[in-house]
Ligand binder design. Sequence first.
Ligand code: CAA
Length: 697
Amino acid sequence: MGQEVKFNVNDGVAVITINNPPVNALNAAVRQGLVTAFDDAEANDDVKAIVMFAEGRTFPAGADITEFGKPTVDPWLPDVCNRVEATCKPVVAAVHGTVLGGGFELALAAHYRIADPMTTFGLPEVTLGILPGAGGTQRVPRICGAEAALDLMIAKAPISAAKAVDLGLIDGVSRAHVRDAALDFAHELIGKPNALRPTRERTEGLSDPVGYARAVAAKRQALAGNPLFAPAKIVDCVEAAMLLPFEGGLAFEQAAFEDCLRSDQSAALRHVFFAERKAAKAPEVARAKPRPVEIVGIVGGGTMGSGIAASFLDAGFGVVLVDRDQPMLDTALARIESVFDKAVRKGSITAQMLDERMARLTGDIHYFAVSEADLVIECVIEDMSVKEQVFATLDAVIKPGAILATNTSYLDINTLAAGVAHPENVLGLHFFSPAHVMRLVEVVVGEATEADVVATGFTLAKKLGKIPVRSGVADGFIGNSILAAYRTAADFMLEDGASPYQVDATMRAFGFPMGPYQVLDLAGLDISWARRKRLKSTRDPEMRYIAIGDKMCQKGWLGQKAGRGYYTYADGSRLGVEDPEVLGLIAAERERKGITPRAFGPEEILYRCLSAMVNEGANLVLNKIAQRPSDIDVAMIHGYGFPRWRGGPMKAAELSGLLSLRNQLREFAKEDKFWTPSPLFDEVIKAGHGFDTLNAV
Ligand code: CAA
């Protein structure tokens, strides 16, 4: 037996201990070790009962996800679970931590389960595009029926130990060390008749066939139109648990599991799982210690500043908010309180927690109020001269070693840093609106930024429950650079014959919550107009320029805030209506340029939008603005609504073939040099590997 599974006998009870840090994932060595340990325990006449336990922070948190998609290694987890369940001596699982996926299924294969009261349980496989494939779809409903089983497998949220006891999935919780409690319980079982209680033989959950069938039908109906593949398969498996004998149900589950595992959705979702964790890794994080941060100063209490303040208050920090004058400050403070009010109404925090958060917030109209802050984030308007002025004022009041951050979406951090005494203390922390909700934070590293300042940015993002992505300095960093390329591709099509409504509908059908023109209306067309004006002097004159957005801005059609943009908005409505005058403006633009409009189908619209994103993403990796392609996927999923189950633009491109994409880009490039394929494509294609290899860094 290897080191991953240990076996010892304690007064007639065998303790089988799993030890595979960090999360005791059930990899091949653990599975093999478990089978050997159960064989040994069964063969040992001194052993009358068995306790299964795990060292470290958790009972197994699931199968080893890194093994999926690789050649399978015996024994499979379903066989291990069957082996555990078939043991001729009572088996008690002693569980703690996050008992998830295959780990929960392993516990369910034991005859009894005792849990630490803080344990959480879940079957989150659906988030990886798969289903519980080690008997979970068959054992869980046998204990707690279809409705609870389906909730557990499809609603994704983990449940508490108390809830698991209510559902009958756990036999009890113990405040004593869970292994000791399980040992006591196992001793009590010794010699008792009917001490063996295989879950496959349980029938409580199947006792109401009509209610069971109703729950299955209701879930199936609720899932109609859901683009995900795995949830419907889960419903089929849970239905099979009622209709088929246990072994037949297991075989059904296995086939469904393999279908899911082979799907592009699962490949994409597994990619995102690791990409999110990878994104939090940066060279500076590995080599430097973060600076301590307790008090955060925020300058500018608009939507962005207030949301960022709320985020820091949620995470337990003290916040000093500075705004221009008292009325603006009062509005900002009220805005922050209203965020917490909403949370109280939703039940996510208590009124007492609201008071406690507000007690950590102070407001002021003088910059020196941030003199005690360890970090100050400026969130003023997106104008370089205003930001430079704010930085200069802050530079005079902040304490030595304080970090100066900017929440700019586009502007050059190096220019801002050059204006202060300690450019090494400057970085970008680019939050997304609404900042207390959106999980992406781009940690923008300037030429002079010290490693410990970068490490602080990453640590803070994690403390806020956000997903940090490292970006170098580029106009728009990672996310907005890709957004700009996406919009350029869409604008080209607009001028060539597509309508904004067609483009939006296509991107929504792909899985974005909104199309690019709806987003423009929401954000305000003037923001991208300002960027275009700023970049005018450096624009490549050979590159095609679309003036539709500029013309709309000149007419005051700035989006929702103006009541009209690409859509019109009746008084205060957020639901836009298509606007024939916009189509007229586009038609006039085509005429002015002598363009004969042509038809665009959804396939072409989608292909061009995605290709533009991927090409820009490849250039960002090539130019070392992004560390790896998977960071781009994470940024687009968490900041821009790219459908998670498509894996992000880079993964989606890889799944559909980089060679054909490069070749198609070459064709498009004959129309305009915007489409020139990134040299990164040639690099990875020549090397015979895809983006995945670049994700290994
Ligand atoms: N397999 C392989 N590696 C895993 C893993 C798993 N199931 N779960 C976590 N890890 C790795 C992470 O990648 C991470 O590695 P790095 O340190 O190299 O980045 C490390 O373990 C720690 O994970 P986190 O950073 O996520 O730690 P955390 O404390 O924030 O969260 C956790 C811990 C709640 C267990 C979280 O890791 C998690 O949700 N894991 C996935 C759980 C899951 O989906 N289980 C089902 C697996 S599929 C299955 O079991 C199929 C089946 O039916 C047979």
